[in-house]
Design a protein around this ligand. Structure first.
Ligand code: UDP
Length: 370
């Protein structure tokens, strides 16, 4: 059998291992003391609530293959993410929809009227938006952008929105009806017993060995002992940062517990720049099929990733892209290492993107039996 080394046990590494486990021997090295990467969930001891330790994860996709695949490993409960935003003392509906527009401008517009109104306030001088800010001004105009996106995005990314790619804003829909589903994806849910169970099931195979607390230092590894190495960590770390560090944002949380219901919703965003946190998540609302007397909620803060922090969001500013290009040239020369996942490809990928790409990579190795 072929022997593979997989670095990291998030979705990229776990899906790959699961797919290749039939025909090969797989070792997974995971530097944390648990599997599942940032999707890891666990029951909170004090409240009994399942918490998403590294921030909220709501599974959503338009890829039926991925949707069917994931459900081999969990019972996916129907869940619709509905997010609110607080701006200058008022609560608004997100993503921008007819309710938000009517609330914000104090109107009672119909869908047709709202479309015409937003058209009238949008910036028509921008033809092809070159960045986040231009995309927003063209889409929704200055007032909605300033209220709901400017401050939040500055806090989240630590830079001016005009430095960020337009693609980040395009993640969020703008609607002229009262549909307040945060996602545009048709398939959405939360695993009944949390995300960790998915990883446990994926990796439960005699051909897969998981080594926890096992840090990967490329210079100390004998690559020739493996037929292929699959790396899912940060791409710059693999090369010991020789061309410089790529910009990633990280987030950290302030945990609180209370009796009852703290905010009445899973996620509430804080749009004002002066409020230091970006959002508050109250995790028992992610499992409406359970009841809990107590509650646990987290204030989420964002900052630049320091050496000891877990990288979350690739910034992809122009300087980062120049550094990335140099790492990618090195990757081209490495025949026996495959880079995959959000950190190794330095792309803003969601769970379903990562799973789809790992399934694709696995196809190239699946029938590779000696
Ligand atoms: N965003 C914003 N205000 C909000 C929510 C999102 O300005 O209330 C911006 C922000 O820049 C964020 C981006 O839209 O990074 C994408 O939002 P999404 O909810 O997809 O981010 P994620 O869930 O990946 O953190």
């Amino acid at each position: 059998m072929k022997k593979y080394l997989v670095i990291g046990s998030g979705f990229a590494g776990s899906v790959l291992a699961e797919q290749l486990s039939k025909n090969s021997l797989i070792e997974i090295w995971e530097e944390r003391d648990h599997i599942g990467g940032n999707c890891y969930t666990e029951r909170d001891k004090e409240t009994g609530v399942t918490i998403h330790k590294y921030g909220p994860h709501i599974f959503n996709t338009d890829n039926l293959e991925v949707w069917n695949y994931i459900q081999q490993f969990c019972e996916m409960m129907p869940y619709t993410n509905r997010v609110k935003s607080i701006y200058k003392g008022n609560v608004y509906s997100l993503p921008i929809n007819l309710h938000t527009i009517n609330q914000f401008f104090g109107k009672t517009l119909s869908p047709v009227e709202a479309r015409a109104f937003i058209e009238s306030v949008s910036d028509k001088t921008i033809e092809t938006p070159q960045n986040f800010e231009e995309q927003a001004l063209k889409f929704i105009g200055k007032d909605l952008y300033s209220a709901f996106f400017y401050g939040y995005t500055k806090k989240q990314w630590g830079c001016e929105p005009r430095e960020l790619p337009a693609s980040i804003l395009k993640r969020l829909p703008v609607r002229f009806n009262y549909n307040d589903n945060y996602y545009a994806m048709p398939l959405q849910g939360i695993p009944k017993n949390g995300f960790t169970e998915i990883f446990e099931k994926m990796l439960d195979h005699p051909n897969i060995t998981v080594k926890l607390n096992q840090k990967f230092v490329p210079s100390e590894v004998d690559f020739s002992a493996y037929d292929q190495v699959f790396y899912t960590g940060p791409v710059d770390a693999f090369f010991d940062y020789k061309f410089g560090r790529l910009g990633y944002r990280t987030v950290y949380f302030e945990k609180h517990t209370a009796a009852g219901d703290y905010q009445g919703n899973a996620v509430i965003n804080y749009a004002d720049e002066e409020v230091p946190f970006t959002r508050v998540h109250e995790h028992k609302h992610f499992t409406p099929w359970e009841t809990h007397e107590k509650t646990v909620y987290f204030k989420e803060f964002s900052k630049e990733t320091a050496v000891e922090d877990i990288p979350y969001y690739p910034k992809r500013l122009s300087n980062d892209m120049e550094i990335l290009r140099q790492y990618e040239e090195e990757i081209e020369r490495l025949a026996n290492v495959t880079f995959l996942g959000r950190l190794a490809s330095y792309k803003y990928m969601d769970m379903h993107h990562v799973i789809a790409s790992a399934l694709e990579v696995a196809k190239n190795f699946k029938n590779d039996v000696v």
